[in-house]
Design a protein around this ligand. Structure first.
Ligand code: TRP
Length: 367
């Protein structure tokens, strides 16, 4: 069976280093491994609209930002098809059929949906003013649309952040139900998540659990060297580590969490040779005698060595926006062709292909 990747992101903002270590970096590695027959990377604008109905401008504007981040991080349009979700209407059609295979109760139990309902402050139960406060139907059903995104391309592999695991599980259930009811058409995908624990959920620069635009605690791939420096030098460490000689704590210390995610032994040899590796540095920090500023400067050097080349590529790419739009247009056309083939198989399996080869007419006259 062909090995196919599909994954994507909502264009609600520029991508940050949480996205990068959580999924984007892995995608680039998988792309360059040459092990996959096809790779589809989707900018999920339709999904972004499920909780941004009143904000289409934001979604529109961020399509190009996300595309720039992708290319700057190393996704290569020669090796993968990058496309825009809303430009592939077949996905919406698939969603409508899959909706019959999922119960309201099952969606209500989806942990990611549950969590996002809380985060977005959508009221459950009978809200006074449904339009303002309730859960948008489109938002509630987005796991089903995500199953369409994945199955339309017969994806076998979905590299995502850990928070997306319930979506992949839901997709697998839909595939099983579909295939049981209508015959083997769809492919059950597996998720690929980071193996490094800290990369699964990189905290914000302020130490809070998640990097998020609304909390203003993100480091973006597009940040300038100056912005990166300011953010790193202001990062949250251990509030009780006042004197250099005090023993410092690693628990909840964002600087060390980022080092866990980014620092390699080579970085020590290059930027901080007095320690052999991160363990040695941590040991010194926790026994006392290593100051926060020194740790931050090292982290800055490590981040700069990884993000500097991405930033430079991004600045260069920004000079070529028409070509990037053209790449997205072509990618969307190709994606639509592939999704259309799957949709046709789905409709045949469901026996709603009435006008293909005069199917209906032949049945009638054959009676
Ligand atoms: N839900 C993903 C996110 O919030 C975006 C997404 C939409 C996606 N469809 C997908 C990811 C299909 C993987 C596969 O970032």
């Amino acid at each position: 069976m062909a090995k196919i990747i599909l994954t994507g992101d909502r264009p609600t903002g520029r991508l940050h280093i949480g996205h990068y270590v959580g999924s984007l970096k892995r995608r680039v590695e998988l792309q360059n491994s040459g092990e996959f027959d096809k790779i589809y990377i989707m900018i999920a604008d339709a999904q972004a609209l499920t909780d941004n109905a009143k904000n289409p401008g934001k979604v529109r504007q961020n399509i190009i930002e996300v595309a720039l981040d992708y290319l700057a991080a190393g996704l290569d349009p020669e090796k993968c098809t990058i496309f825009i979700q809303s430009q592939v209407p077949q996905l919406t059609e698939l969603t409508f059929y899959y909706m019959n295979l999922v119960t309201v109760q099952r969606l209500q139990r989806n942990p990611t949906v549950k969590n996002e309902i809380k985060l977005r402050g959508f009221k459950e139960g009978e809200a006074e003013d449904q339009e303002e406060e309730g859960i948008p139907v489109g938002f509630f059903t987005y796991p089903i649309s995500q199953a369409s995104d994945i199955t339309a391309f017969k994806a076998t592999t979905v590299p995502v952040g850990e928070d997306q695991l319930p979506m992949i599980e839901q997709t697998r259930e839909i595939v099983r139900r579909f295939n049981n009811s209508y015959g083997e058409v769809l492919v059950e995908p597996v998720a690929v998540i980071p193996d490094n624990e800290v990369c699964k959920r990189l905290p914000g620069t302020d130490g809070s659990a998640k990097m998020s635009k609304s909390l203003g605690n993100c480091i973006y791939l597009a940040d300038s060297a100056e912005e990166l420096k300011n953010k790193v030098m202001k990062m949250y460490t251990d509030p009780n580590h006042i004197q250099i000689t005090d023993p410092g704590s690693l628990e909840g210390n964002a600087v060390f969490t980022y080092l866990d995610a980014f620092a390699k032994d080579e970085h020590f040899a290059k930027f901080l040779p007095e320690y052999e590796n991160l363990d040695a540095m941590k040991k010194h920090y926790t026994t006392g005698g290593l100051g926060d500023v020194k740790c931050k400067k090292f982290l800055l050097a490590v981040l700069e060595s990884e993000l500097g080349p991405i930033r430079e590529r991004r600045l260069e790419l920004e000079k070529h926006l028409p070509e990037i739009y053209e790449m997205l247009r072509k990618g969307s056309e190709e994606a639509a062709r592939v999704a259309d083939a799957t949709l046709n198989e789905v409709k045949s399996a469901m026996k709603i292909n009435y006008f293909v080869d005069n199917a209906l007419e032949n049945e009638v006259s054959g009676q």
